[in-house]
Design a protein around this ligand. Structure first.
Ligand SMILES: Cc1cc2nc3c(=O)[nH]c(=O)nc-3n(C[C@H](O)[C@H](O)[C@H](O)COP(=O)(O)O)c2cc1C
Length: 328
């Protein structure tokens, strides 16, 4: 297969590749994004950041908008329920951070705490209101504004085409779509068949998200939808080589092998150092109890080590002790 075109623009920002690192609250902090970038990430996105958290100068919220030159281009993702507060938060971001490229607005979060407050995916229920809101947002900044949406609220209210049109009319420069409804949360199959040839119906770049666990998942999602890029989310956690496989395939037409166990152990050690550097050892270990076992997924005989990682990580030394016991 010949390499396909892999460059596109979001407003004036050039994106060189087919892989966008999907935002994941609690996972895609700066350390994770910097760690994943060299595998072939074309665009990173921060975890979702509350507009009001920024307005009330919550120190932790300010940490979420830190970015690095390694990861650029980078989008900062905000969520909120009102154009005025989102615009206020954007001004704060612009004042605090000169190292970012795009504002992304979260229209996909299904968590009740968020949707009950009028933010996230509940905003997709009223495309006309969404268009008004985004017209204000897009005209308030010189940065490109993008949005991440879902198919709709539930099977009965699948309205992504109306929302895409509304966002395009408002001046949004690219759209990411998670091919599930809000009611599906994060499980059940993503419905790429509903997005057949979607890109042809749009005038701005499209990214697609949902169950990208292998190169073939990415090829399939891109072929069906005609999207400009895939968003790698859970499938990349513990398997950074997935990003490399997708990126490399679309740049050269070649398929790279999966990572070996030795490589994945090395990646885990690298990521651990970066996470400790960012968050300190205590907080890093608490996050790694969730993430580190995924680096051993798919290799035979790893269950006892995965259990140890999930249960008894307390220090970097304990992580190395467990990994050193593995018979490679
Ligand atoms: C733990 C977790 C946190 C997430 N946080 C965000 C977020 O902050 N902003 C956002 O737009 N999407 C968020 N998502 C959705 C992902 O970006 C992605 O669209 C979704 O997981 C579907 O892709 P997947 O099936 O390949 O994981 C999150 C998903 C997970 C699993």
């Amino acid at each position: 297969m010949s390499p396909l075109s892999f460059m596109f623009k979001i407003g004036n920002i050039e994106i060189e590749g087919k892989v966008i690192l999907a935002p994941m609250a609690g996972v895609t902090s700066l350390a994770y994004r910097d760690f994943m970038k060299p595998f072939g990430v074309a665009l990173t996105v921060t975890e979702m950041v509350s507009d009001c958290g920024l307005i009330y100068e919550n120190k932790k919220t300010l940490d979420y908008i830190k970015t690095s030159n390694i990861e650029r281009p980078v989008a900062i993702q905000l969520f909120g329920n009102d154009a005025e507060t989102i615009i206020k938060a954007m001004k704060i971001v612009e004042k605090e951070n000169q190292n970012f490229d795009i504002f992304d607005i979260n229209l996909g979060c299904p968590v009740p705490k968020v949707t009950k407050a009028g933010s996230g995916s509940v905003l997709l229920k009223n495309p006309a209101k969404l268009q008004d809101m985004f017209t204000k947002i897009c005209t308030s900044t010189s940065k490109p504004v993008t949005a991440k949406i879902r198919l709709g609220w539930s099977d009965e209210t699948i309205n992504f085409l109306d929302n895409i049109k509304a966002l395009e009319n408002a001046g949004v420069k690219a759209i990411g779509i998670h091919a599930r409804t809000t009611a599906q949360l994060y499980s059940g199959k993503p419905r790429y068949e509903l997005l057949n040839d979607l890109r042809k119906k749009m005038s701005i770049p499209l990214f697609v998200s949902g169950d990208i666990y292998s190169l073939d998942d990415a090829i399939n999602a891109l072929n069906i939808t005609g999207a400009d890029a895939v968003m790698v989310a859970r499938g990349g956690v513990g398997n950074p080589t997935l990003v490399k496989q997708i990126d490399h395939f679309y740049k050269t037409g070649e398929r790279l092998p999966n990572a070996s166990l030795v490589e994945n152990i090395e990646y885990l050690k690298q990521f651990t150092d970066m996470l400790i550097n960012e968050k300190g050892e205590y907080r890093a270990m608490s996050l790694l109890r969730g993430i580190s076992p995924k680096f051993l997924d798919g290799f035979p005989g790893m269950k006892p080590y995965k259990n140890m990682l999930a249960q008894s990580l307390t220090t970097k030394e304990s992580l190395h002790r467990i990994l050193d016991q593995i018979n490679k």
